[in-house]
Design a protein around this ligand. Structure first.
Ligand code: AMP
Length: 396
């Protein structure tokens, strides 16, 4: 059976609205023009082509690092890697305008691992906006640094601090963390910011959205002046330009548009009368076989939790991630979704930032995103790597 939302939306539109129906509460996102949630995938749309100029062997990485990246299945550098790695290897500061899915993690990890493996005086601090992204970066680090003798510490909130303190005492050359916990550890005198002569700030735009600007400035201002600074961000609003001007030295700007953010996504809206019919409609959708791996966005931590519980009660294999969950629970929900123990993940925007999950067939905006940027970010979780995806947005 194919899910046919048009039939449904027509039938709802035909139904007369009760005069006594209460006005929906004013909510975020209300002033977004819903026609922006409708688009046909345009797989034939011209993509911005980047001519790849280097092969991985051109980067002259140590043999072990080269072996690790080959074992990881990397054959050709992605555009951001092709353009950034030579500059980073020369020691230049860099601002990468690229989003998740472009290969930006390896673009900074590979040359920094090479640098630190050659020179034990190099220490690298990597700051990410969310715990999940920090954990993802650290697990990539472990794969690439295998056999190099380099090791790392993870410093993120929502996890016990004492194991993190213990791992910092072992003097790792790579520390990956979220701003709040890093600042906390620095204030306790356990993390010596002055020892990091390399810094990566990942997803700077999301850091600012999440209110981390003060923490980031605080961390950056305590690093040594002589250092290499790498900033990555999907967008470059004036506040980020100012941060770059203050904390980077003559950075090379590398802009990569993945060209697949939403081009491969069929997007449509689903009109519903009220919360009840919205939930019924969601159940109908999820019961059709084509909804194989579904990411559902809702607005608040509570509504995410509620929705996942209601779906489980209705017999679906659903999990959830949001900021009120313990780190362990969030990681478990994510692994279960990645390995298809569950096929539905309900998430808040913040918890889903930067997640790299394969083969999501559908993104459902159970609530309207607050901004168009959030919308683009949400639907970009599907239709990745040249595949087609579908996105539906519920509107009242
Ligand atoms: P990122 O944008 O860093 O989150 O990377 C997105 C995905 O692309 C990850 O699953 C990476 O392992 C993968 N990836 C990154 N670079 C390459 C490459 N050169 N070849 C193949 N896969 C890659």
């Amino acid at each position: 059976m194919k899910y046919n939302q048009n039939r449904f939306s027509n039938s709802v539109r035909a139904r007369p609205q009760s005069r006594f129906q209460s006005r929906p509460k004013k909510r975020f996102g209300e002033n977004i023009d819903v026609s922006r949630f409708i688009q046909k995938a345009s797989v034939s749309a011209p993509k911005i082509e980047h001519k790849i100029e280097n092969s991985f062997s051109d980067f002259k990485f140590a043999d072990g690092l080269f072996r690790n990246l080959s074992a990881r299945g990397y054959v050709t550098p992605s555009p951001i890697q092709d353009k950034s790695i030579p500059a980073i290897s020369q020691g230049r500061d860099l601002v990468g305008l690229a989003q998740t899915g472009t290969g930006k993690t390896a673009a900074f990890l590979l040359p920094l691992i090479h640098k630190a493996a050659k020179d034990p005086k190099q220490n690298v601090l990597i700051v990410a906006p969310t715990r999940e992204l920090a954990l993802q970066i650290e697990s990539e680090f472990r794969i690439f640094a295998f056999g190099s003798g380099l090791f790392s510490a993870i410093c993120v909130g929502g996890m016990p601090i004492f194991p993190q303190i213990r791992s910092l005492r072992a003097n790792p050359s790579f520390v990956v963390g979220t701003p709040g916990r890093l600042k906390d550890l620095a204030e306790r005198g356990i993390l010596n910011l002055a020892s990091f002569n390399n810094v990566v700030i990942d997803e700077v735009d999301h850091m600012l959205d999440m209110g981390f600007i003060i923490d980031i400035r605080n961390i950056l201002s305590k690093l040594p002046k002589e250092r290499q600074s790498l900033f990555f961000s999907a967008t470059m609003p004036p506040r980020i330009r100012a941060l770059v001007a203050e904390f980077c030295r003559n950075p090379l700007m590398v802009e990569i548009r993945s060209g697949e953010t939403s081009k491969n996504v069929d997007a449509d809206i689903i009109r519903v009368r009220d919360e009840r019919s919205k939930f019924d409609e969601l159940n109908k959708m999820l019961s059709t076989p084509e909804f194989e791996k579904v990411l559902i966005f809702a607005e608040t931590k509570r509504s995410v939790e509620r929705l996942s519980i209601d779906l489980i009660k209705n017999g679906f294999r659903a999990g959830s991630i949001h900021g009120d969950k313990r780190q362990r629970e969030r990681a478990r929900a994510l692994t279960e979704f990645k390995t298809l123990h569950t096929n539905i993940l309900v998430a808040t925007d913040v918890a889903a930032r930067g997640l790299d999950i394969d083969d999501i067939t559908h993104v459902i905006n159970y609530t309207i995103p607050q901004t168009h940027d959030d919308y683009i970010h949400r639907i970009g979780r599907t239709g990745r790597c040249g595949k087609r995806g579908k996105a539906y947005t519920f509107v009242h």
